[in-house]
Design a protein around this ligand. Structure first.
Ligand code: MN
Length: 487
């Protein structure tokens, strides 16, 4: 028997009846999975419990936690929908059914796998909490993956975690979850690299921390001398898989990676963040090109912080992240914190832009995939459009457009509006005319020049990266009459 109190203690808000209802849900789950065992030999309900506990850590609401306890009960356990609805209400049943409909990924080749993904996005578009339960479920599954006897199965589950679930967590702004999923999956997918990077980190960490501690002491003196109060600091060490990916980008040159360990400064207000930045930059010389203000310009997944890297003066280089307490919480569990509070009708309150943006993102994904019949192509597009590293560029008015790496003005134009894409005649980046196949860089301001008679040509297909642009271009060049220039 697990201790339900552990879950209750993690919950932010608890109405008078909540404890008793969650307790009951646990008993119902235990009964539904009676006699069933996990690969690890544990009773099955341990998995239900841990999934619910993860949801409590993410800051989710009561109904989601109950659905977490019951998430496998309909499919694998001995219980009916009627009982769930009678005992816990429509909302919980909807969530449990949502997760059940996604089905267990049975790993019978790409086709099934892709079908599950498609289902997942459709369910998610209806209620984001279904995806979050799935992520909580996956986190426990990957942590207990050692229990699987079959090596090939282990690898497949881990690979899928790296390629699909971790990027999804990232898109939802759930940075801590993303990191945990990746680091748990890493050794199963790339065992050799895992060992190598782990060694490298161990070697480097010590030296890095020496500089950091010394710098930290001087910084605290400096901040106190400038009258800064309520400043919390801590270190964060780069996660293994994240370091591995960065090493690959930097040709395995560890000397080029400055954030193996970084210093985190947490202050009460946004104003304090800029004050701290000013104090640091007046006392230590920053490395050019490494100052990133994600407070004024948050990442599309909602992440906010100021990053800078300075020379410590004694041969060291340290990265510093400055943020408020609110941003710090948000960086760990992102969108989940927006879904946590219940509205009056038991529906999650739609709070803040982050929620809307993410739902829009999933809507776009489904829309994009509607016309794709080849399952292999679906998966490729999915990886290409949504999980590749992104560049963030701006319209002349300052709106952020989020595109996959190596996107061009053609992609930008179609991301803004298909009409703009279809009538593009040229493009400016940061005020200069450029070729339409120019690769966009983070922070570019992109302006599309249109003209009435402008029209896509098949050459644009090579100059574009996104499915959205390519589909629009194909549509436009196939439309009759375009060769004669009629519109
Ligand atoms: Mn499960």
């Amino acid at each position: 028997m697990q201790n339900v109190k552990e879950i209750l203690d993690l919950m932010k808000s608890l109405a008078p009846q909540d404890g008793a209802v969650i307790e009951k849900a646990y008993m119902v789950a235990e009964k539904a999975h009676d006699g069933q065992k996990r690969f690890t030999g544990d009773p099955y309900v341990k998995h239900s419990f841990e999934t619910a506990k993860n949801l409590a850590v993410f800051g989710m609401d009561r109904d989601t936690i109950i659905a977490g306890l019951l998430h496998d009960a309909l499919e694998d356990g001995n219980i009916t929908s009627e009982v769930i609805e009678k005992e816990f209400g429509k909302e919980v049943l909807f969530l449990v059914q949502g997760v059940t409909k996604l089905g267990k990924l049975k790993y019978q080749g790409v086709e099934r796998h892709v079908e599950s993904l498609r289902k997942m996005f459709i369910a998610t578009a209806q209620d984001m909490r279904v995806l979050i339960i799935k992520l909580a479920d996956r986190l426990h599954n990957i942590k207990t993956l050692y229990g699987h006897e079959k090596k090939d199965k282990q690898r497949r589950i881990a690979l899928e975690t790296l390629e699909i679930y971790a990027p999804l967590a990232n898109r939802l702004g759930m940075g801590k979850l993303k990191g945990e999923l990746e680091d748990e999956a890493f050794p199963y997918v790339y065992p050799e690299d895992y060992k190598r990077v782990k060694e490298l980190l161990k070697e480097r960490r010590g030296e890095n921390e020496k500089y950091l501690e010394k710098f930290h002491r001087s910084l605290q003196k400096e901040l106190a001398a400038q009258g800064m109060k309520n400043v919390h600091t801590d270190y964060r060490t780069k996660r293994l898989y994240s370091l591995y990916k960065k090493l690959k980008r930097k040709n395995n040159d560890i000397e080029k990676i400055y954030d193996i360990t970084s210093l985190r400064i947490i202050v009460p207000t946004v104003e304090d963040c800029y004050k701290v930045l000013g104090i640091i930059h007046s006392a230590w010389r920053p490395l050019p090109g490494r100052i990133k203000d994600y407070i004024a310009l948050p990442k599309p997944n909602g992440y906010q912080s100021i990053h800078t890297t300075v020379f410590t003066g004694d041969g060291g280089i340290v990265e510093i992240q400055i943020r408020t307490e609110g941003m710090h919480k948000e960086a760990r569990y992102g969108i989940a914190s927006h879904l946590a509070y219940k509205g009056e009708l038991g529906k999650p309150r739609k709070k803040g832009e982050a929620l809307k943006k993410n739902v829009l993102w999933i809507d776009q994904l489904i829309e994009c995939q509607k016309n794709v019949s080849e399952t292999g192509e679906f998966l490729e597009n999915l990886k290409m459009d949504f999980f590749k590293d992104r560049v963030f560029v701006f319209t002349p008015k300052g709106d952020v457009i989020d595109l996959p790496e190596e996107s061009t003005p053609v992609d930008f134009a179609y991301a803004v509006h298909s009409d703009i894409g279809n009538h593009m005649s040229g493009a400016k980046i940061n005020g200069k005319m450029v070729g339409i196949d120019t690769k966009l860089k983070n922070g570019d301001i992109v302006e599309i020049v249109t003209k009435k008679g402008g029209h896509p040509t098949s050459k644009w297909l090579e100059s574009s990266k996104t499915t959205l642009a390519k589909r629009n271009i194909r549509g436009a060049i196939q439309r009759p009459g375009h060769k004669t220039g009629k519109h």
